[in-house]
Design a protein around this ligand. Structure first.
Ligand SMILES: NC(=O)c1ccc[n+]([C@@H]2O[C@H](COP(=O)([O-])OP(=O)(O)OC[C@H]3O[C@@H](n4cnc5c(N)ncnc54)[C@H](OP(=O)(O)O)[C@@H]3O)[C@@H](O)[C@H]2O)c1
Length: 242
């Protein structure tokens, strides 16, 4: 019997989706470009409003929108903003995000430089658990370990030994698979790194953070992560400001 032709690697099982991205900076803007280029229906918002996004929309085919509109349209909502913006976004998500939408958060807490100090995290709360409280929905933590330059140009095909792997954490296994499929489309090996309680293993300061490891090494790095490395990294960041 003749078998149907196999789809190309990066097209397997992926359907185009309505993806909204709040934050149009190094990570949000790059994701908008990459995901729109692959045929997803992308809506993007920032703090300055849609007029400021006209050029990005023109270049990519993404739709520039107010934040509320972007959140209302999302099937997958990617949040990529500094931590201080999250509480207000959580109130908008609470009112406007469709109930079955997937929320993906790219945050890294960088106290003293990007972010004001957050006492709960400084006292030991895992970053993603704090984020989830602010956003008022279950979140998937992803994309936080890939630096902006690697996200923009580091995607590679299956089988390339330099293909970068990225942990994906959260409670919902199906939502994680959706995000892993998006990473795959962009040329990265996403892998399930457990629930948010374990997600400190992918925070800044750990061995998987912005080190562009391939899958086998990235899995080992997550398994072998040392919790005190995250606090030590934050202290180094805070010291840079002084
Ligand atoms: N840069 C990296 O290499 C990297 C890698 C992984 C993860 N991350 C993390 O990802 C997040 C975003 O980082 P980034 O480097 O992309 O930041 P960025 O370049 O500074 O961009 C931040 C974006 O957030 C938007 N924003 C701020 N407040 C907002 C609000 N209240 N409502 C809507 N949009 C708002 C800004 O809009 P305006 O421009 O209009 O103010 C801007 O577009 C951070 O948590 C960061 O730690 C960064």
């Amino acid at each position: 019997m003749q078998r149907p032709a196999e789809p190309e690697d990066n097209e397997k099982e992926n359907k185009t989706m309505d993806i909204s991205i709040v934050g149009s900076g190094s990570i949000g803007g790059t994701l908008a470009r990459q995901l729109a280029h692959r045929g997803h229906t992308v809506t993007i918002a920032n703090s300055r409003g849609p007029a400021s996004l006209a050029q990005l929309a023109d270049e990519t085919g993404a739709t520039a929108a107010e934040t509320t509109e972007a959140i209302t349209r999302a099937r997958v909502l990617i949040i990529s903003v500094p931590m201080g913006a999250l509480p207000e976004l959580g109130r908008t998500i609470d009112k406007h995000l469709p109930a079955d939408a997937i929320v993906v958060d790219t945050s890294n807490y960088v106290p003293g430089l990007r972010d004001e100090h957050i006492a709960a995290i400084d006292e030991g709360l895992t970053e993603s658990l704090w984020v989830e409280r602010q956003l008022r929905r279950p979140i998937i933590k992803a994309f936080n370990t890939i630096g902006a330059a690697s996200l923009a140009s580091g995607g590679r095909p299956h089988g390339d030994s330099r293909r970068i792997a990225a942990p994906v954490s959260g409670a919902d296994a199906t939502a994680k698979q959706t995000v892993i499929a998006l990473l795959d489309e962009l040329g990265f090996d996403g892998f399930d790194a457990g629930d948010l309680g374990h997600s400190w293993r992918q925070e800044p300061g750990t061995a998987v953070y912005t080190t562009d490891l391939p899958l086998d090494q990235a899995r080992k790095a997550v398994d072998a992560a040392v919790r005190s490395d995250t606090a030590a990294w934050r202290e180094r960041m805070a010291a840079l400001r002084q």
